[in-house]
Design a protein around this ligand. Structure first.
Ligand SMILES: [Zn+2]
Length: 155
């Protein structure tokens, strides 16, 4: 099975809506982007909405600093809904269903190729070494299956 890097950036995946844990009620909530034609997607304003407790919050690019590369949403820094311990103290995480599906495709494929049209620091190119290691494949795929079950849960 062959996997070619679709050349998706982490910042692009984050505009689709990020599943997070609501800090007020523990339910699944979403951080979504509010498109602004005049700015790069990673600098668009963001909105937090929890349907469990009706909490709403806003993040503005002016004065706000985003944080990338950890198991939290980059804007409010809330724990991601899709995060799980894996491979001895590591944390496997994904922003949303599309991100998790991409990870599953990458980890499950014995043959992995770069995208010749669009090289660079794509989500796949930025994956840590432990996640790329063949000896971790089975455990990572089991963890992804667990996270897939979590996609169906609200709390
Ligand atoms: Zn809530």
């Amino acid at each position: 099975m062959r996997f070619q890097d679709p050349a998706v950036w982490l910042e692009t995946l984050a505009t689709d809506g990020i599943d997070v844990v609501c800090p007020h009620c523990g339910c699944r909530a979403v951080v979504s982007a509010e498109p602004d034609e005049g700015a790069y997607a990673m600098h668009w304003p963001r909105r937090f909405v929890c349907t469990g407790c009706a909490h709403v919050a806003r993040w503005q690019p002016k004065g706000g600093i985003s944080y990338w590369g950890g198991p939290v949403d980059p804007y409010f820094r809330l724990p991601l809904w899709l995060r799980a311990r894996c491979c001895g103290g590591r944390t496997l995480w994904a922003f949303n269903e599309a991100h998790l599906a991409l990870l599953a495709g990458y980890v499950g494929a014995p043959l992995r190729e770069r995208n010749p049209q669009r090289p660079g620091l794509t989500m796949v190119a930025r994956l840590p070494r432990w996640l790329k290691s063949a000896k971790n494949r089975d455990e990572i795929l089991r963890t992804i299956t667990r996270l897939n079950h979590r996609l169906a849960q609200r709390s």
